[in-house]
Design a protein around this ligand. Structure first.
Ligand code: UTP
Length: 287
């Protein structure tokens, strides 16, 4: 029996240490690009790609994420009474746009472990995984680009981007070859130095997996940094099943580090229909 793709997991239980002190009391996933938190961009992208069931893996100090996707009756009533219809529409839509479920990762034992926490909810279906701190903007949502290959093959698919040799140590880097016009992945290494990188193709935080990933995750022992690494389980999966890669078309910001986050805010701020012009005028004399 094959299942249609409808579920997506957002691991959001990490510590966000690269953003301290901002993330001491605020989840990294709630940091805003202009006026919207990162996780909302991710959920909207998934919905646009036709996934409708959302699981967010949370942990200590992550309540703000749950509040964000809840109905805030008091706020909505106030906006309505004040006649702020446009803001009311934007706000009320957030709580109603998706079915969102939550599960706790009791300890931040790694990205692989966070995905494994969602296994009982996913069951025996293919599922997406999205890291909200990778912001990807494009005409075709990144998840949709993965979905097209998953639907053609029934296989796991991983989003990739070309990176320069000096950046390979920041990413999982894949070994890939052409397989009838598709990019077949055979192995991957976590954060290699340029000399050890098998390619310049980096894994960038969007995935579709067959449920076979979970049994590999269950067997995965702590690896780099003592964490259960998703990359190790994908390597195991790629030994037994086809795993494809797709170089994503679109503009990508590694908003999980402050440099990429600031670049995303600067660019989206300058392009913003309401604040963009004002921002240009304010910045011009300073640059
Ligand atoms: P990151 O490594 O980018 O997030 O993990 P982090 O650990 O929060 O950030 P730094 O490195 O300390 O600055 C990628 C994604 O996986 C989640 C994070 O929340 C992030 O969305 N994650 C990571 C978990 O859910 N659990 C973990 O144990 C680790």
């Amino acid at each position: 029996m094959t299942y249609p793709l409808r579920k997506i997991v957002f691991p959001a239980a990490g510590m966000g240490t690269r953003f301290l002190p901002a993330t001491k009391a605020i989840p990294k996933e709630m940091l805003t690009i202009v006026d919207k938190p990162l996780i909302q961009y991710g959920v909207e992208e998934a919905l646009e790609a036709g996934l409708s069931e959302v699981m967010i893996v949370t942990g200590r100090g992550k309540h703000a994420i749950e509040d964000h996707f809840d109905i805030s009756a008091e706020l909505e009533n106030n906006l309505r009474r004040a006649g702020k219809d446009a803001v009311y529409d934007r706000i009320s839509r957030i709580a109603r746009m998706a079915n969102v479920a939550y599960i706790r990762q009791k300890q931040a034992l790694g990205l692989g472990h966070a995905v494994l926490c969602a296994a009982p909810w996913v069951g025996n279906e293919p599922f997406g995984v999205s890291l909200a701190d990778e912001l990807i903007l494009g005409e075709t949502p990144a998840m949709q680009q993965l979905r097209a290959i998953h639907e053609a093959t029934g296989a796991s698919v991983i989003a990739l981007a070309e990176v320069s040799p000096q950046d390979t140590h920041k990413y999982g880097i894949v070994k890939a070859h052409d397989d009838n016009g598709r990019l077949r992945l055979t192995s991957m290494i976590e954060k290699p130095a340029a000399d050890y990188a098998p390619s310049n193709l980096a894994i960038i935080g969007r995935y579709i997996f067959t449920p076979g990933l979970f049994e590999r995750l269950q067997r995965t022992r702590p690896g780099m940094n003592g964490e259960i690494q998703l990359t190790d389980a994908i390597n195991e999966l790629a030994r037994d099943e086809e795993v494809y890669g797709v170089v994503i078309k679109g503009q990508r910001f590694d908003a999980g580090n402050p440099g990429g986050f600031l670049a995303a805010n600067a660019l989206l701020g300058l392009q913003h229909p309401e604040y963009g012009e004002q921002l240009k005028v304010s910045l011009r004399p300073l640059l």
